[in-house]
Design a protein around this ligand. Structure first.
Ligand code: IMP
Ligand code: MG
Length: 191
């Protein structure tokens, strides 16, 4: 296969102060998470619910490593806009398509930060009476937690820094970076 000579992401990686997690580190960790998840959900036919947009890359990589029978659904919620700090307000822009009553639900998130988004979504979904509801997040920033919520599956616990890449954005950019990096604070200093 011809090598993609343009694949250096330079204009994007120039905005990072540090690469926190490489493509390979992420891939290996998701493999471990997938094994654990596959074991627990073996006979449960879970519905994996991805919270868009941030978790689309993680969801795509995770589900391809699960060797179990499962279905997928997506929700779009908005809590950030273009700001680098959470406002606390969560709005459902796209709700679930599938009825989740008596079903095993695994919420798939990119990052658990204040926890406000997930605790809100969790409360809404619990009113629909699923058989079980667990949370899987690639990243966890426990230092910033204000809501009382923990994830059953955590990929990496990270420091309180604003990060981008692997689905995570700043003002909708950087989602396509294959690695996760700390965004230079100068990029969002004017906010
Ligand atoms: P929470 O409600 O504060 O937990 O925020 C959750 C959402 O905020 C995540 O799903 C992300 O979309 C976004 N978010 C939180 N921290 C970061 C970050 O460091 N970079 C990019 N997005 C973030
Ligand atoms: Mg998100």
């Amino acid at each position: 296969m011809a090598e993609n000579k343009r694949k250096n992401y330079k204009s994007l990686t120039d905005d990072l102060t540090e690469i926190l997690l490489t493509e390979q580190q992420i891939d290996e960790r998701i493999g471990e998470m997938a094994e654990e998840i596959s074991e627990y959900y073996e006979d449960k036919q879970p519905i994996l619910v991805s919270i868009l947009k941030g978790s689309f890359v993680f969801m795509a990589d995770l589900v391809r490593k699960l060797n179990i029978d499962c279905t997928l659904d997506f929700m779009i919620v908005s809590s950030y806009g273009t700001k680098s700090k959470s406002t606390g307000a969560v709005k459902i822009i796209k709700d679930l398509d599938i009825d989740i009553e008596n079903k095993h639900i695994l919420l798939v998130e990119d990052i658990l930060d204040s926890g406000l988004t997930l605790s809100y979504i969790k409360r809404i979904l619990e009113t629909k009476k699923p058989a079980s509801l667990r949370i899987c997040t690639l990243l966890d920033k426990p230092d910033r937690r204000t809501a009382n919520i923990t994830a059953e599956y955590v990929g990496f616990t990270i420091p309180d820094k604003f990060i981008v890449g692997y689905g995570l954005d700043y003002a909708e950019r950087y989602r396509n970076l294959p690695m996760i990096g700390i965004l230079n604070p100068e990029i969002y200093a004017d906010e």
